[in-house]
Design a protein around this ligand. Sequence first.
Ligand code: GDP
Length: 474
Amino acid sequence: MGITDITDGVLRRIEDAQDGAREMLLDPVVRLGVTGLSRAGKTVFITSLVANLLERGRMAQMGAVGEGRIASVYLQPQPDDSLPRFDFEGHLAKLTAPDPTWPDSTRAISTLRLSIRVQPKGLLSGLRGLRTVHLDIVDYPGEWLLDLPLMTLDYAQWSEQALNAARSPARRDHAAQWLAGLDQVDPAAKLDESVAGEQARAFTNYLAAMRAAGLSDFAPGRFLMPGDLEGSPALTFAPLPKPDKGGSRSLWRAFERRFESYKRLVVKPFFRNHFARIDRQIVLIDALGAIHAGPQAVADLRGSMADILEAFRPGPNSWLTSFMGRRVERILFAATKADHLHHTQHAELTAIMEALVADARRRADFRGAQTGAMALAAVRATVEQMVDHGGQELGMVRGRALDTGRDIALHPGDLPRDPNALIGMATSGAQSWLDDGYSVMRFAPPRLTGIAGEGPPHIRLDRAAEFLIGDKLR
Ligand code: GDP
């Protein structure tokens, strides 16, 4: 750990102590991080959560709502002027239009402040009057979390790891084009920006193919989610085999410098300024997508969940420890899009999530924060239907197809009854679970009838909210 890390860490702690003191005097603030890989459902989740907290007609499983203790909920200007605001109104307008569409997905970090006026619980609560709790929701791409391991590697080590991984059986087909181009490149040759750009592009395409196949391990995260850094030199590098010698103007040296800039200018500020300040975290996971993609994708999901837990509780020697003045108190792993399954299969999906979290906790040797697992749908796009299928009753879900707009009823296949059969499955010769029915399941958002006092329909969004912030509203 360098001297700047220690100074940064001390500054961070002073800032956190100031925040803490301010919050004791003023109203408490809960910073809720919402993350997950691209298309996991972050934008839909936040939009529906906020709309449902504003209305509350569908949030009975939140203790404070069920007990009638919430007086009002309203949006406020956020305290951090340097961050983009989450475009709640724009996203909700798309979801609630007469011909609704899904909102645009998360591309970078953004935030939104919601304030909740609540009657505290307990005997003397009537005397204590209403309290205000501020909920700062921070939306950020899960891809950015994958950058954390880079901080402990130098360029040569990272290159070697990335090249070895790319040649592994699960990845080599995706990497073929990039590696074929790399064979023509001399890392010791003088830097040529067109070669550098071509390498960065081919490497990014490989990362995108891995993500599309449900495989994890596609750092650097900004290559796929550049935010405002698109095309900048800090993102124009890629792994290279180490040359015996390479002068200071060589491609190798240029990439080495850019890799270090990426860590210093991109990764570190994100973890220091945003990640380290989160109190509660929900990690959204397209678990059905991973199960459908196959055993390798599930195995990678297991690994990345353990990595995420480690990031939130770094070990004593970790670079991150010096920043983590504030400790995340609750982490919820939620399988999204549960409305793709008939409710008779929800118990299986929940059991799979619970087994995955238990496994991640074991692997990460995780102690401390409360962790939870559940299956939810932030916006329920389907209704259920039982269909007679050759004398057997089959649970189907019915919704509007995204491409044709026509009503379709589908059964995505069956999840295993024993979750360990799925998560412990050997990676070779393994069975697949959700069949072809799942790959054609692309539903349009529901047409909302607009009953006053109700947000969009959902599955267990209120239970997720209770886990994440329920204790702060007591
Ligand atoms: P992000 O990249 O994590 O912000 O993902 P989004 O929130 O934009 O969601 C990506 C896509 O997943 C959406 O466009 C929808 O097609 C789908 N989706 C997300 N949440 C739900 C849900 O609760 N139910 C259904 N049926 N689809 C969802």
